[in-house]
Design a protein around this ligand. Structure first.
Ligand SMILES: Cc1ncc(COP(=O)(O)O)c(C=O)c1O
Length: 384
């Protein structure tokens, strides 16, 4: 066996910890430093096994314990009801844009698959477009006329009676629009609501009486990219199209406890560490309070400033993704360069929107948001 030189490794770890900055990336996004440190400590040998988690058989009792613990912690954190199954898949949220229709669009009529879509920004636009490949899509509401700066009032959604489900993106990562509450449509007429919660899962509680399927890619609030979480009410399993790949058939994946094929083991392990970290933060209630405080500090600062602006309707501003613009856009590059020099990274807005975007997911501490506000204040002062 090679000597892993523990002192050299500890020094390296210390050096890289000291280099860490505030990372406002929309995704893959910042992870809690504590989690990365624990993963580093366990990298070469997981708890006396002599092997890294990356090198373990997914069928080993060690990995089985990691997997079961992650599932149990996620269920506890999100208070997932007993009649909902938690699946670990691959393919990301864009994969789910096809996997959801393949599993669910023929639920009411396999010959005429149909689903409703509420369009609130770039991600729900993409979801509806992909859905067209699998059946009839009906746009129940579209915020386009209002430049996706607000969520169309649910009282006016034009829902179909024959749609297998209604799809929502509950946090639009690019536009910065978030449902503060999912409207009560799921129970009426046995409607099924499917939510893409990729960019705000685990940041606030989920009202399971209003959501029957929730999915999320990992790389914002869960862990590294590679695992896709699907939480589905169990009576909705078993409606898949015959051509749905077995590895993406929710019923098959559920029957194999997410081990139908080799799962992304290391990602699940890191996600499990993130879940444990969240429990140490006081669970979802604890982290939600922190998220409210962070978002309030940033929006309050933006609202009192004439130098910066956020355009989203205050009733649906995202707690996770805060797009903002400088009144004088010719200063954008200088703003970003100065931010980088101050250890504030990845603030450039999405190319379809321009301007800036601060993604302040669970792992971003209040100190990071305060440092950003301080820098913004300083930049404005220097520009005067
Ligand atoms: C809300 C939302 N949906 C879907 C996606 C696409 O996820 P992926 O690239 O993991 O497929 C993203 C990614 O950034 C997202 O924010």
């Amino acid at each position: 066996m090679n000597d892993p030189q523990p002192n050299a490794l500890a020094a390296m770890l210390q050096r890289s910890a000291a280099e860490r900055v505030f990372n406002f990336s929309a995704g893959p996004a910042a992870l809690p430093t504590e989690v990365l440190q624990q993963a580093a400590e366990e990298m070469l040998s997981w708890r006396g096994t002599g092997v890294s988690v990356m090198e373990m058989s997914h069928r080993s009792k060690e990995f089985e314990s990691i997997h079961q613990q992650a599932l149990a912690d996620l269920r506890e954190l999100l208070a997932v009801p007993d009649n909902y199954r938690i699946l670990f898949l691959q393919g990301g949220a864009i994969g789910e844009n096809a996997i959801v229709p393949l599993n669910l669009m023929g639920r009411l009529d396999p010959q005429q698959p149909k689903a409703d879509f509420v369009i609130t920004g770039s991600w729900s636009v993409k979801t509806e477009q992909e859905g067209r490949r699998y059946g009839q899509t009906h746009i129940a509401a579209d915020g386009k006329a209002g430049r996706y700066l607000s969520i169309p009032d649910a009282a006016y959604w034009n829902l179909s009676d024959d749609a297998a489900y209604v799809h929502l993106c509950t946090n639009e990562t690019i536009g910065g629009v978030e449902f503060q509450q999912v409207p009560e449509i799921g129970q009426r007429a046995g409607r099924v609501v499917v939510a893409d919660a990729s960019s705000h899962i685990l940041s606030r509680p989920v009202d399971w009486s209003r959501i029957q399927v929730l999915y999320a890619g990992a790389q914002k609030n869960i862990g590294p990219a590679g695992v896709t979480i699907v939480i589905v009410r169990e009576d909705l399993l078993g409606h898949a199209h015959p051509l749905c790949p077995s590895a993406f058939n929710w019923r098959v994946v559920n029957e194999h406890n997410s081990m139908f094929n080799t799962p992304p083991t290391y990602t699940i392990y890191i996600a499990g560490l993130v879940f444990q970290w969240l429990k140490r933060q006081g669970g979802i209630d604890g982290i939600e309070q922190r998220n409210i405080a962070k978002a309030k500090a940033l929006y309050d600062y933006l609202d009192q400033s004439a130098f910066y602006r956020n355009e989203v309707d205050p009733s649906c501003r995202s707690r996770m993704n805060v797009p903002f613009f400088l009144a004088d856009e010719s200063r954008n590059e200088a703003f970003l360069a100065g931010a980088r020099a101050n250890g504030l990274l990845q603030l450039k807005g999405h190319k379809s929107v321009g301007g800036m975007r601060a993604s302040i997911y669970n792992a971003m501490p209040l100190d990071g948001v305060s440092a950003l506000i301080e820098y913004m204040r300083e930049f404005e002062r220097n520009a005067a």
